[in-house]
Structures are given as structure tokens and as C-alpha cells.
Design a protein around this ligand. Structure first.
Ligand SMILES: Nc1nc2c(ncn2[C@@H]2O[C@H](COP(=O)(O)OP(=O)(O)OP(=O)(O)O)[C@@H](O)[C@H]2O)c(=O)[nH]1
Ligand SMILES: [Mg+2]
Length: 444
């Protein structure tokens, strides 16, 4: 059982998945970490004991139940010690790598908790890291998010943030703000100073807005957008699904009505993760199973962040397809901006007039062949185009949180406005204060 939190106690957690694998890791941190680990671990070779260890020292030996001696050996392990000044938590930290597998790992954790450590979660390790100034909230957030990262780019960006790149950007803006508030002073305020302060505040606003602009990219990297593939039966939805995934995941057949259940898979487009959903073709259905398929498909399109609305380019748009477009348009939960029209099967020649779609859906259709891959680059651009500048040269500032920044930028804009207006009456006794607008960012 996990006990009550106490800032100064010694805690232990399993920090690898509780599953079958080569090794499992238990971490112990706190003032008594070395003592607790020392009571259950006995090295096989060498003299130095854990209490005298320096950061990075490795020990090979056995783990026993506390007081169990050689008869109570429960596993073999490698122990690594990190002293407070070098550890993630800012406290002495011991990493015990024992054999993997849920039972082996639990046995070792039980031994450590039997020696006085309290079982905790890995999140508590991060809290301690923050409390001991080993990281700020942005770094802790990045560390938490990296576990769920789905693409190489997501990992790259989050590791950069964990090392402090984004925090550095913010603290530079913070320093500028502090310097500015020092410079406004108490003396007589000349018009020149007022203009100067106002100009610097405008720079702060644009610095914050640049970070804010990056938040849609940061969020796209950390919470994959759901992209569903919609359209009438047989237009090539499942073929497109398979081609984008580069694997035969969904059944393709020349007869309409092949897909009934929806299927979802993760996919990376130029490093941005997406969750792709293939679903039943939209049609008037009579039978229960077909009806259910269409119902579920509609639900998927409602919940999706983007919908690829596919048409068969070898023929015109049918009345029933227009009815579905209209139904999606009128569905309060479907934002038309999220719909990307796609004309498929261009390898067979295009007979569909795309301009009518452009007018109704307010964006040009992507012409593709899901079978031979023609035009897929355009489709991918439609999904990641807005992130390209960040992907190419601004990866470090992709902030995964939006609201604190929006509040900070709002406060900064307010101060800027106040300074531009000041003095609003000649007798206004106090000049407007300049406060750190994102002061609460760390706490938000
Ligand atoms: N020539 C050509 N044929 C295609 C293309 N895309 C799909 N097809 C064919 O169209 C037929 C239907 O493809 P599917 O991918 O099963 O269509 P669907 O929209 O998933 O159909 P349902 O699951 O029934 O709604 C198959 O015979 C595919 O080989 C394409 O780009 N070019
Ligand atoms: Mg299908």
C-alpha cells in the first residue's frame, strides 16, 4: 500500500513497466535511501559499501529481505548510486536493477519497503525534483510527456525541453521584464522613458506570442490528433488507411460495404503523431449491423480533430454523398474547418469537378491515388503544413501548454496598453506597475 506523502521521508517506486522483460528497476530516494538499500543489498565482490559510494558508482550483488542474511536471497541486482547534488530528485537516489518480470521486481520493492522506505509513484520523484530545484514545472511536464511520446520528433523536442531549452526562453523574457520594472524608477517620468518602456513591453508581448503560437505544435506532438477517414462505400478509405500506415491493416475489397467496425492506428507524418481511424462507408443502411457501422462511423467523425472526406474521382458526386456532406455541415459537433476533401483514384482519370467541392468545403481538394501513392504528399501537407516552420527550425520552443501562456500574454498586453495610455490624467500620482506576467506559469 502506498502511504501518506511526507516531504522528508524515503520513498521507493518501480520505474519500469510491471511486465516480463530483461530487467526491472526500483528507485529509492530520500535521506534514508542509501541506508534502506544497504540493508537489503549485499555486494558479491569488493569492499566499498553503499554508504561510502559516490555518484555513478555501480555495485553487483544480491538482494535479500531485511535481516534475511544469505538464506533470504531474493534476487541478483546491479545497484547504482546518485548523490543528492547529481540526482533527479535533489536527494540521495539509489537505482536497483534486478531481473525483470512482475514478481521479481515486486519482491525487491517489498524488501526495500521492509527496510523503511515508503512505496510511492514515480510522479512523487518528479515533485521532489521540483521542490529541490532540480527542474521547473516545464521540465517536469516534458519528462512526464516523453513517456507517452509516439514519434522520434516528439521525443527529441521533449528531451530538449526537459534539458531546459524552453525554460531558458521564458526566463530570458522574465529577466527582460524584471530589468524593465527596475528601469521605470520613481523619478519624473519623461515622455521618452514612457515610449521606451512601451516599446520594450511590445517586444515582451511578441516574445510571449511567439511561444503561444508554438503551442498548437507542442500540443500536436504530445497529444496525437485523431484523423478519421469518411466517405461513401468503396471510395478507397481503407486503401488510403493502409497506404498512409504503409501496412495492410484494414480489409480492402471491390464490393462496397467491406468495413464495418472502426479501426485505429498511430502514424507519424514528418514526425508529428496522428491517430488514424478507418470506418464504415456512409450510406442509408437497412440491416442492423450495417446501420450500427454507419452510426459508429459518424461518431468517429464527430470526435475526430480532422476528417479526410474521400470521394471517388472516377465519377461525379452522388445525391446521397451531397446529403452526407450536408448532414456533416449541419451537425453542431462537426466543425467544417476540420474537413479535408480528398479526391481518390486519380490513376483512373478524374471525372469529378473538384471546384464544386472547393466552394462548399471552402478549401481545395487533395487529388490522390491511394493505390499508387500519387498526391499523398499534398495530403500530408494539409495535415502538417501549419507546423512546418516549427518542424524545420523552432523545435525547442514547442510549448505543450497553452492556457498559462495565453494568460501571461494577456497580462503583458494589458500592461502594454496601460503604459501607452499613461498618464491618463496629468495628476495621476502613480505610474503603472510592471509585474512578471507569467509569474504563475510554474504553478499553473
Ligand atoms: N485504381 C484505384 N483503385 C482504388 C484506389 N483506392 C481504392 N481502390 C479500389 O477501390 C475498391 C474499394 O477500396 P476500399 O479501400 O475497400 O474502399 P472503402 O472506401 O474502404 O470501402 P468500404 O469499406 O466498403 O466503405 C478496391 O477494389 C480498391 O482496390 C485508387 O486510388 N485507385
Ligand atoms: Mg473500407
Amino acid at each position: 500500500m502506498k502511504g501518506r506523502s511526507n516531504k522528508n521521508d524515503t520513498i521507493a517506486a518501480i520505474t519500469t513497466p510491471l511486465a516480463e522483460g530483461g530487467i526491472g528497476v526500483i528507485q529509492v530516494t530520500g535521506p534514508g535511501a542509501l541506508d534502506a538499500a544497504g540493508r537489503v543489498f549485499r555486494r558479491k565482490r569488493g569492499e566499498k559499501n553503499l554508504l561510502g559510494a559516490s555518484s555513478g558508482d555501480l555495485f553487483y550483488g544480491v538482494v535479500s529481505l531485511p535481516g534475511g542474511g544469505s538464506s533470504g536471497v531474493i534476487d541478483e541486482a546491479i545497484v547504482c548510486v546518485w548523490r543528492a547534488e547529481d540526482s533527479l530528485t535533489g536527494e540521495d537516489l539509489v537505482e536497483i536493477s534486478c531481473h525483470g518480470g512482475p514478481r521479481a521486481v515486486r519482491n525487491t520493492l517489498n524488501a526495500v519497503t521492509g527496510a523503511g522506505a515508503r512505496e510511492a509513484t514515480w510522479a512523487e520523484f518528479l515533485v521532489r525534483g521540483r521542490e529541490n530545484n532540480r527542474m521547473d514545472s516545464l521540465q517536469a511536464e516534458a519528462l512526464r510527456a516523453v513517456i507517452h511520446a509516439k514519434t522520434r520528433l516528439s521525443v527529441w523536442v521533449l528531451v530538449a525541453q526537459q534539458s531546459g531549452l524552453l525554460s531558458g526562453r521564458l526566463s530570458k523574457l522574465e529577466t527582460d521584464c524584471r530589468l524593465l520594472s527596475g528601469r521605470t524608477g520613481d523619478g519624473v517620468l519623461t515622455d521618452r522613458t514612457r515610449k521606451n518602456v512601451s516599446k520594450k513591453l511590445a517586444l515582451l508581448v511578441s516574445g510571449l506570442e511567439e511561444l503561444l503560437d508554438s503551442s498548437s505544435f507542442g500540443l500536436a506532438l504530445t497529444s496525437p490528433q485523431r484523423v478519421s477517414i469518411a466517405g461513401a462505400p468503396n471510395v478507397g478509405k481503407s486503401t488510403l488507411f493502409n497506404t498512409l500506415l504503409k501496412t495492410q491493416r484494414s480489409i480492402v475489397h471491390h464490393l462496397p460495404g467491406t468495413t464495418r467496425d472502426y479501426i485505429n492506428e498511430y502514424l507519424s507524418i514528418r514526425g508529428v503523431p496522428f491517430e488514424l481511424v478507418d470506418a464504415a462507408g456512409l450510406r442509408e443502411a437497412d440491416q442492423y449491423v450495417e446501420k450500427k457501422g454507419v452510426e459508429w462511423a459518424l461518431e468517429q467523425h464527430r470526435c475526430a480533430d480532422r476528417v479526410l472526406l474521400v470521394f471517388d474521382g472516377t465519377r461525379g458526386i452522388t445525391g446521397q454523398e451531397w446529403d452526407w456532406v450536408e448532414a456533416l455541415r449541419q451537425d453542431g459537433d462537426v466543425d467544417m474547418k476540420k474537413i479535408i476533401p480528398v479526391i481518390n483514384k486519380i490513376d483512373l482519370g478524374v471525372r469529378l469537378d473538384g471546384t464544386v467541392l472547393d466552394t462548399v468545403l471552402e478549401r481545395p481538394a487533395c487529388l490522390i491515388s491511394a493505390i499508387d501513392g500519387r498526391g499523398l504528399e499534398l495530403l500530408e501537407n494539409a495535415l502538417v503544413g501549419e507546423y512546418m516552420t516549427f518542424i524545420e527550425d523552432m523545435k525547442d520552443i514547442a510549448t505543450p501548454c497553452r492556457w498559462p501562456l495565453r494568460r501571461g500574454s494577456g497580462r503583458c498586453c494589458q500592461m502594454h496598453g496601460t503604459w501607452q495610455r499613461w498618464p491618463w490624467t496629468p495628476s495621476t500620482p502613480q505610474r503603472p506597475l510592471i509585474k512578471n506576467p507569467w509569474r504563475r506559469l510554474a504553478a499553473d
